[in-house]
Design a binder for this molecule. Structure first.
Ligand code: ARG
Ligand code: ZN
Length: 414
């Protein structure tokens, strides 16, 4: 096998040398919370680390209950008349079933018949994704170019793919994925979209051909790898800060940094970092976007889960002056998903539709950079598997995500 430069450059600094965390006996519960007093019970159990929040909506939330805390949590819920339902009985089993090994055809060698390793039938490691971007650049040099825009805390490259027909007047759109490590469906979706766009760009309408597309499939490479090697449910990057590791990159952007829905304590899942853009991953995105001479019109960040199309503001329950235009496009995107046979995606301003969370990339893209159509799309599902979405869902999820992205890109091109 050929030794790629990437293997040499990034061999040493990466090992975190921790054993893989088992979630044997841990469960996913859906908990009904109609009152504030009930919400407080959950908040307490969260503080004592007996459970952690996954997602949910205003009335019911999904929580991960640790194996050893099941009895205690059940008691607390029963005592306070809180209804719940067990959604995943054994989280480790769900994790083991999520990502079947890719059956590689022996005769075809390491690289499969397409000349790359991506299958969209399994979740792939960082190296497969990055090699795929290199493959595209080599195979479609007139259309694709890749660029390393910076590196992560542990020195992994932040690798971007630009797709462009090179026309001077093109408007530009940014798409990223994998900002949160455990949301594996996001990089899978972004790479699927890249593949689809490269192979079918000639049959897209002119306005989509005349766009400069910038894709960063894995914005948090350290976290992503860590979620494969050590902790499947890791969310943040891997910056060291005292007792705990990790900054939430989607709380680290410099618009209304440190406000509602972000944390000061490094041990929190929503830790905002020591200051705006304190992390190399977010700083690289800022530097690239603000220093590239592109006609930025749209910003789209793919996350999971919950099936939402969200737009600014996210820092609070307030809207932008042009929110009606953002809402119209979100509505169209949601309709396009439905029309393609996909499920319902809820749309609205992030802060009031989901929850306020400041320091998000979407708010920065809109508020600081002025990218008009800024969206965060929360992909599938709506709480059956949550983050541990089986790989069989990659293709349907990515297909509908492309329908939504097309609508946003069309608005951006207009
Ligand atoms: N689930 C995403 C997060 O928690 C939602 C972000 C939406 N955008 C925002 N600026 N609040 O990061
Ligand atoms: Zn996320």
């Amino acid at each position: 096998a050929t030794l790629r430069i990437a293997d040499v450059e990034f061999e040493k600094p990466l090992q975190e040398n921790e054993e893989k965390i088992s979630y044997a006996g841990s469960q996913l519960w859906k908990v009904v919370l109609e009152t504030n007093s009930k919400k407080k019970v959950i908040a307490k159990l969260r503080d004592t680390r007996d459970l952690s929040m996954w997602g949910g909506n205003l009335t019911a939330i999904d929580v991960l209950v640790k194996a050893k805390s099941k009895g205690l949590v059940k008691n607390q819920l029963d005592l306070n008349g809180i209804q719940y339902e067990i959604i995943i009985d054994d989280l480790q089993k769900a994790i083991d079933d999520e990502n079947p090994p890719v059956d590689e055809d022996e005769d075809e060698g390491l690289e499969n018949r397409q000349g790359h390793r991506m299958t969209w039938q399994a979740y792939h490691r960082l190296d497969d994704v990055h090699s795929y971007l290199d493959y595209l650049e080599q195979t479609y040099p007139a259309l694709c170019s890749s660029q390393v825009i910076g590196s992560s805390v542990h020195g992994r490259p932040l690798k971007l793919l630009k797709i462009s027909n090179g026309k001077p007047g093109n408007k530009a759109i940014w798409v990223d994925g994998g900002m949160h490590a455990r949301e594996w469906i996001s990089p899978a979706t972004v790479t699927y979209i890249i593949n689809h766009l490269v192979l079918n760009i000639d049959s897209e309408p002119n306005e989509l051909q005349n766009i400069d597309w910038y894709f960063l499939p894995i914005a948090n490479p350290d976290g992503y790898e860590y979620s494969h090697t050590t902790d499947r449910l890791w969310r943040k990057n891997r910056a060291r800060s005292g007792q705990c590791a990790g900054t939430d990159l989607n709380r680290n952007f410099g618009y209304k940094w440190g406000g509602k829905g972000s944390g000061r304590n490094p041990c929190q899942e929503i830790y905002a970092g020591t200051g705006p853009f304190s992390e190399p991953e977010t700083a690289a995105i800022r530097t690239f976007i603000t220093s590239t001479k592109a006609k930025w019109r749209a910003y789209v960040s793919f996350h999971s889960y919950g099936q939402y199309i969200l737009y600014p503001w996210g820092y609070d329950r307030v809207v932008t002056p042009d929110y009606k235009e953002l809402q119209t496009v979100a509505q169209k995107a949601s309709n396009a998903i439905r029309a393609s046979g996909g499920p319902a995606y809820t749309f609205g301003p992030a802060g009031s539709t989901l929850y306020p969370a400041s320091g998000g990339s979407d708010d920065w893209a809109k508020g600081t950079v002025g990218m008009k159509y800024a969206y965060t799309i929360e992909l599938r599902d709506s709480g059956r598997y949550g983050f541990v979405l089986p790989a069989t869902y990659i293709k349907p999820t990515a297909t509908e995500a492309w329908q939504a992205l097309r609508v946003i890109a069309q608005a951006a091109a207009a």
